[in-house]
Write a protein that binds this ligand. Structure first.
Ligand code: BTN
Length: 263
């Protein structure tokens, strides 16, 4: 597999923008986000990326574990050095890019669930998770960094029961084999191009692409933490800062981050 991915990355180098020549492949790591974070701390340059066949300590949002069985998914993290001004929309931009990448590589249309889950519809108002993004930003030695990590379920694998109940994979959805090399190339090409778009004042285009795919978000009932009190509402969409708009009995509330439970 390493050979296939490395060959595909070399063959398609002209499409990878800032990632060209900067992607390193590993058989096994703890977490690709942790590895790339260590590169950021050591002053690593924008565009460095790590991809692993398996992770022993894959991390999801809100401290959750990300099951990373060998050969079953894409576990990929990249190092970006964004200006502070683009940080608020970086996670949504990554979601749009991974959706673009999956669609180019496989033809499967995916929907976005705020802030960064990629889902497919499995019957009336029931959504299964296909991929997730963990974006972590900070400053090290005076330089900004953002790590964007993506986990995409490619093959049907044995996941923990709580994950299995609400997850799916590309191969389960498509009923055929999916080439991971093509997927990696398309996701990196899309991330490079959407990131350039974000930096080039293309926020409006990114927001409209996100909204176009927002069917896994719109009209869904949620529970959220409002300063220590759990409240309920119905998701209406996102505003131009990327915040989730939720209609409650008291009007529309904006949610910026944190725990949102989809009911
Ligand atoms: C989520 O939906 O909770 C985000 C999941 C992100 C998983 C990816 S896999 C590659 C990278 N390394 C990690 O440890 N996590 C991210």
């Amino acid at each position: 597999m390493s050979d296939d991915i490395t060959t595909a990355l070399t063959t398609n180098e002209n499409r990878l923008g800032m990632f060209a020549g900067r992607v390193r492949w590993y058989e096994e790591v703890g977490s690709t986000n942790d590895l790339v974070l260590s590169w950021a701390d050591a002053g690593g340059e924008e565009g460095l990326a790590a991809i692993a066949d398996t992770q022993t300590n894959g991390r999801g949002r809100l401290g959750r574990r990300w099951a990373s069985p060998p050969g079953a998914g894409i576990y990929l993290s990249v190092l970006l050095r964004p200006a502070r001004s683009v940080l608020p929309l970086l996670t949504l931009t990554a979601g749009v890019a991974v959706a673009d990448g999956i669609e180019s590589a496989t033809g499967l249309a995916v929907a976005l669930k705020w802030p960064n889950d990629l889902c497919v519809e499995a019957g009336a108002a029931r959504w299964l998770k296909l991929a997730g993004i963990l974006a972590e930003a900070g400053t090290s030695s005076g330089a900004n960094y953002a790590i964007v990590g993506m986990g995409i379920n490619v093959r049907t694998a044995i996941y923990p029961p709580d994950v299995a109940a609400r997850a799916t994979s590309l191969e389960a959805e498509l009923g055929r084999a999916v080439d991971r090399s093509t997927l990696v190339v398309e996701c990196l090409a899309a991330l490079s191009s959407r990131y350039e778009q974000l930096k080039g004042y293309g926020e409006a285009r990114i927001l409209s692409e996100w909204r176009r795919r927002a069917s896994a978000t719109l009209g869904r009932s949620i529970e959220f933490d409002a300063e220590g009190t759990m409240r309920r509402g119905v998701a209406q969409g996102i505003d131009d800062s990327g915040a989730l708009l939720v209609r409650t009995t008291e009007g529309v509330t904006r949610i910026f981050s944190g725990e949102v439970r989809w009911l």
